[in-house]
Design a protein around this ligand. Structure first.
Ligand code: ACM
Length: 271
């Protein structure tokens, strides 16, 4: 199967322009799995709860999920994309999975980053995996990568491919993902964005691009440039992620010894 990403510079607040840009870009490229950035249709730097309320949508009944459903159907592809979700009186930094037959599932970001913590509720879905036929897919969002437990949980749930919508500003993730992939022997598709947002006099946020697809062996199969738009895909073999044997004596998931990892500090307030 071919898996890839569309890295671009969304215009803050202009969902129509951003969705149209994605629609125009992807129609020329065949891919079975496309990952779009975190908050791909809204932009990232919210400056008030009113703004979050204004741009967030219900899932699956909001216009952005509907547009993604249509894009999946029109292009016969699975899509994972990030968007702000409104659920009752709360807001989540969420991602949806859609396929040729419609909406499939939702993940709510577990580890909120920086000023996201002002407006969004930490996710409560946990790390979920969907068997979509061509692969078993799990989702984590951007800063979740910083916590090895996130991708480990997805690997233990059986994910072959981790879709990773992102808006990365720190420099570390693109070089860390090969380790995440190797330690779980799974693929990852990180879809980042480019550009800078500086809204209402806030600290500017420059997004570092470098979207990539990494193999279960920790190899960077494709990587986008730092500051250019890029639609890229590569052939991957999900079966490669199913054999967790490192050699005749070691299976990296079965050799885990969770009872040795329990930490007395884990449940305490570390502040
Ligand atoms: C991030 O989680 N958007 C860095």
């Amino acid at each position: 199967m071919k898996a890839g990403f569309y890295q671009f510079n969304p215009v803050f607040g202009d969902k129509n322009a951003n969705v149209t840009k994605v629609r125009d870009a992807i129609k020329t490229r065949e891919m079975e799995l496309l990952v779009l950035p975190e908050f791909f249709a809204t932009g990232y730097q919210f400056v008030s709860l009113d703004e979050v309320a204004d741009l967030s949508e219900e899932i699956p009944n909001g216009e952005t999920t509907e547009a993604l459903r249509d894009l999946s159907h029109e292009n016969n592809m699975y899509i994972v994309a990030g968007l702000p979700e409104k659920y009752r009186d709360r807001y989540y930094n969420s991602a949806v999975l859609t396929g040729p037959d419609g909406f499939i599932g939702i993940y709510r970001k577990t580890h909120l980053f920086f000023e996201e913590t002002l407006y969004f509720t930490p996710g409560d879905t946990g790390f979920k995996v969907w068997d979509i036929g061509i692969c078993r897919i799990g989702i984590m969002i951007c800063f979740d990568w910083f916590y090895p437990e996130a991708m480990r949980a997805l690997a233990l749930e059986g994910a072959d491919v981790i879709a990773h919508p992102s808006n990365l500003v720190l420099p570390f993730c693109p070089d860390a993902m090969p380790v995440r992939c190797l330690e779980n022997m799974a693929y990852a598709v990180t879809a980042n964005r480019t550009g800078t947002e500086q809204r209402h006099g806030k600290k500017p946020l420059t997004f570092i691009g470098k979207s990539e697809v990494v193999s279960p062996g920790g190899k960077i199969l494709i990587r986008a440039p730092e500051d250019d738009e890029a639609l890229m895909g590569v052939d991957i073999d999900p079966a490669e992620a199913r054999d967790k044997k490192l050699n005749q004596y070691n299976n990296i998931l079965m050799d885990r010894r969770p009872h040795m990892y329990s930490c007395s500090q884990d449940q305490k307030d570390l502040k």
